[in-house]
Write a protein that binds this ligand. Sequence first.
Ligand code: PSV
Ligand code: MN
Length: 429
Amino acid sequence: MSLIDKNLIAAHNDRLLRHVNNDYAHLGEQLARRGIDIEAVRAKVAAFGVAIPSWGVGTGGTRFARFPGRGEPRNVFDKLEDCGVIQQLSRATPTVSLHIPWDTCSDWSELRQAAASHGLAFDAINSNTFSDQKGQAHSYKFGSLTHGDAATRAQAVAHNIECIEIGQKLGSKALTVWIGDGANFPGQQHFRRAFDRYLESAQQIYAALPGDWRMMLEHKICEPAFYATVIQDWGSSFMAASALGPKAQCLVDLGHHAPNVNIEMIVARLIAAGKLAGFHFNDSKYGDDDLDAGSVAPYRLFLVFNELVAAAHEGVSGFDPAYMLDQSHNVTDPIESLMTSAAQVQRTYAQALIVDRAALDAAQDANDALVATQCLKRGFDTDVTPILQRVRFDAGGAIDLVGAYRASGYRQRVAEARPAVAGGGGGIV
Ligand code: PSV
Ligand code: MN
């Protein structure tokens, strides 16, 4: 089932194709002079995919206010439709990551079919023990997996196990666990005991993982606990993942670090330890702002991809990161932001692919700092747009993502079918 008229995409592409082909040929020549085969880069970019978070297609907000957009998805089926549009046009987002219980459904096999009808499959499933749900016996106000009360911890463990069961019905292969547990006051929490309780709870979840699943532990420096967070950094995450076993790995959300932290180096360490689970991509300026990927610091994103491409190039064993966007779209149409961000991630991957690895190795061995850094800049400075456009076109997507989307009138159409919701109060989703 196609959500956007294929003829509209074809007509839109027709107008641009000649230019794209010329630009692609010219870039191919330039890269050939540098010893790079553009077709090999194109094949790798075409095989690359990044998951869409189901909550990303709704308009975000801050704790001050949320300003709803038009035609917001009303339920998980609507969310899948929006994700289907993103995939149809971008061809870079073949999977969706659900968040339970934000996403509810009485028949998961029906949801799986709906996803397949939009050309989508399911990525990691996310549990939620950072807010209370209707009718739940024990509150998470003072923690979930690390709570001092055993019954509250048991409830949080049971929820994670239920998420695994739902994920199995959907074809997911990973559970992502992020907890907001921590303290708002010095002295509020016994740090070591809280971490021990985390391990004990996480072990029970780990024991319920199917053999071919991964448990992805996501760290975050702060919020909602603003003084101390139990899994606040990659060190805590790594300690936990190591204690749990080989199926537990560390997930890096780019927005979850203090400003100026060298995230690419964290990534390199996790790769070296065989513990890199994957990514939540976004950008940030002051904190966990969840700004669009690469919108503020594209070079920082590039340096992360440089580590990833180097690991693949060097054949690091077990290297298989999962990629997802995790952003809050407060002032844009979420579909436009997600398509643009997926393309940004693809672009960054392509830029890292064309770094001359042999020249970089040689410059490092010769302690030639200037040439080494120029090797990276040369990749980053290359405009790889024609590669992305050709990859999209070849797969049936749109050369001009936002142009084709706006011309399709999809937002207006769903705005008529999906009644407006009230604005007002704050909230992250
Ligand atoms: C926490 O800030 C987080 O990054 C986790 O991935 C959550 O699942 C998601 O955001 C919720 O928006
Ligand atoms: Mn995240």
